[in-house]
Design a protein around this ligand. Structure first.
Ligand SMILES: Nc1ncnc2c1ncn2[C@@H]1O[C@H](COP(=O)(O)OP(=O)(O)OP(=O)(O)O)[C@@H](O)[C@H]1O
Ligand SMILES: [Mg+2]
Length: 243
């Protein structure tokens, strides 16, 4: 029986057929502004708020205050309280970049991972994580090692990844193969704003809905609309969101 970790995001758990496979690592890819960080915040926040599961948020891009503001701006108003109580553990850019090499930073994290108290982890973003490494071989080795450590410690992980195109012209990065799951957030501009979509391209061991579903970002976070008719309505007169 495969255990699942619910994101608690309306619509997303159903298209995932119940949730994310426990102890797996899922890549969340998309353009700037697609909603990757909000998805990560919401996943960790819901963990505490809805499922009594503690989470770790690693941000290579923002500091603690930015994260708190981002969380509060979208309606995760108990974020500061959860950080204060230790239910959400935040490592921000300042802490992660304090050591010169990532292995030293990782050693700091390991203690918390081994605590066994935490069940969810978000790494935002892989692009910044990658900047730690001078050469590709070292980067790949570390990424593998890091994923192993997460799995061993029972952390169900989302890693965000900047990726403009769903099918990039350049080689598809190792991280796409390495991770157990792959979620793409897509957006197309419209006259009145932007249409947003989510596509779960891969989830090992899970029979997922592989259609593209419309989603919204509003107060309270991300909502996924799982009925296809909403999709065709939102998509009327426009070209396919995948280019
Ligand atoms: N309260 C809100 N209501 C509606 N939309 C919002 C709200 N707050 C944020 N957004 C939308 O969410 C988008 C930001 O999402 P997010 O920061 O998660 O993107 P990202 O994919 O992490 O981007 P980046 O690659 O730049 O880090 C904003 O561009 C904005 O359009
Ligand atoms: Mg972001």
């Amino acid at each position: 029986m495969i255990e699942l970790t619910k994101t608690g995001i309306e619509g997303l758990d159903s298209i995932l057929n119940g949730g994310i496979v426990k102890d797996s690592t899922t890549l969340v890819s998309g353009n700037p502004g697609a909603g990757k960080s909000i998805l990560g915040l919401q996943y960790v926040y819901n963990g505490v708020d809805m499922f009594d599961e503690k989470g770790i948020y690693l941000s290579f891009e923002e500091n603690k205050a930015d994260l708190r503001e981002a969380a509060e701006a979208i309606g995760f108003d108990k974020w500061p309280e959860y950080v204060e109580s230790g239910d959400i553990l935040v490592y921000d850019k300042k802490e992660l970049l304090r050591e010169n090499d990532f292995s030293s930073s990782l050693d700091l994290l390991l203690e918390d991972f081994q605590d066994n108290d935490y069940e969810r982890l978000v790494l935002d973003s892989l692009a910044m994580f990658n900047l730690f490494f001078d050469d590709e071989k070292e980067r790949r080795t570390y990424l593998l090692k890091f994923s192993d450590i997460l799995k061993q410690n029972g952390l169900t992980t989302l890693m965000t990844n900047e990726q403009g195109a769903v099918f990039p012209k350049a080689d598809i990065g190792l991280e796409n193969y390495l991770t157990d799951g792959n979620i793409y957030l897509l957006q197309t501009p419209t006259e009145s704003g932007v249409n947003r979509y989510v596509w779960v391209a891969k989830m090992r061991k899970q029979n997922i809905e592989t259609d593209i579903f419309p989603m919204e970002i509003s107060w309270g976070g991300i909502t996924v609309h799982e009925n296809a008719s909403a999709f065709s309505m939102m998509n009327q007169g426009e070209s396919s969101p995948i280019k």
